[in-house]
Design a protein around this ligand. Structure first.
Ligand SMILES: [Fe+2]
Length: 240
């Protein structure tokens, strides 16, 4: 049996990542997967990236927030987001990332795939077709079927929607571990999943665990970043 730890949408929330590490002991896993969005909305992007850089057996891709940070670092204009209170989070991140962590982000792909046993697995931030597509269980089944129809993978691991779920459509296993560091559903606890693969079978287990949210709130205060983000982390909801 192979065991994969599924992480994603950490959004620089190192206290949440650290709580997961203590709870689950990542070294026991054959692979550590990250669906992207390492950065933005809390103040620990360096600690978060460093955590992956230090570990072997990781498979990581970039998310839309990481790509925007890299855009800023290239000196390009940031068209979106439009709201100042969101933009300041992107600019703060680009100004505070250490060079070796920037290099690491630059080395990562936008999507990738790998094989475990006989199982072909695709890793996407949004979906196979579009890194910005939000695929959650409220999306019509027909969309899942379309993705399954032209997929060469038995398993799709995705992030971006921040909605944890596991769904089998058209013979494809669609798995989203939810967001480690930025919850939208009113439950402020960190989300992640464990994927077990054994003799052609799959088992998925989702977890929600508490973490010291006040460390994130303090980090934001320290850096004089907009108060609204502290509130969001406390209630586990998107408020802007
Ligand atoms: Fe995200």
């Amino acid at each position: 049996m192979k065991k994969l730890l599924l992480l994603g949408d950490i959004h620089a929330n190192y206290p949440a990542l650290n709580a997961i590490e203590k709870y689950i002991q990542p070294e026991r896993f054959d692979r550590i997967i990250n669906t992207g969005d390492f950065t933005v909305y809390s103040t620990f992007p360096n600690e978060t990236i460093q955590w992956f850089r230090e570990r072997k057996k990781t498979i990581c891709i970039l998310g839309n927030t990481d790509l925007r940070v890299l855009r800023i670092l290239k000196g390009k204009k940031l068209k979106r987001p439009k709201k100042d209170e969101k933009r300041v989070m992107y600019f703060w991140t680009s100004e505070n990332l250490h060079p070796e962590n920037i290099s690491y982000l630059k080395s990562l792909p936008k999507q990738t795939d790998f094989t475990v046993g006989q199982m072909r697995i695709g890793l996407f931030h949004g979906t196979l077709d579009d890194p910005d597509e939000e695929l959650d269980p409220s999306v019509p089944e027909s969309r899942f079927h379309k993705l399954a129809d032209h997929s060469r993978f038995e398993v799709h691991i995705m992030g971006h929607s921040h909605v944890p779920y596991y769904k089998i459509v058209g013979g494809v296993h669609f798995i989203n571990p939810g967001s480690v560091g930025r919850m939208f559903d009113g439950d402020p606890r960190a989300s992640f999943a464990v994927l077990k693969i054994f003799s052609g079978n799959i088992a998925v287990e989702h977890f929600r665990i508490p973490y010291p949210v006040e460390k994130v709130v303090e980090g934001l205060k320290d850096q004089q970043l907009p108060d609204i983000y502290g509130k969001m982390f406390r209630v586990g909801k998107k408020l802007n």
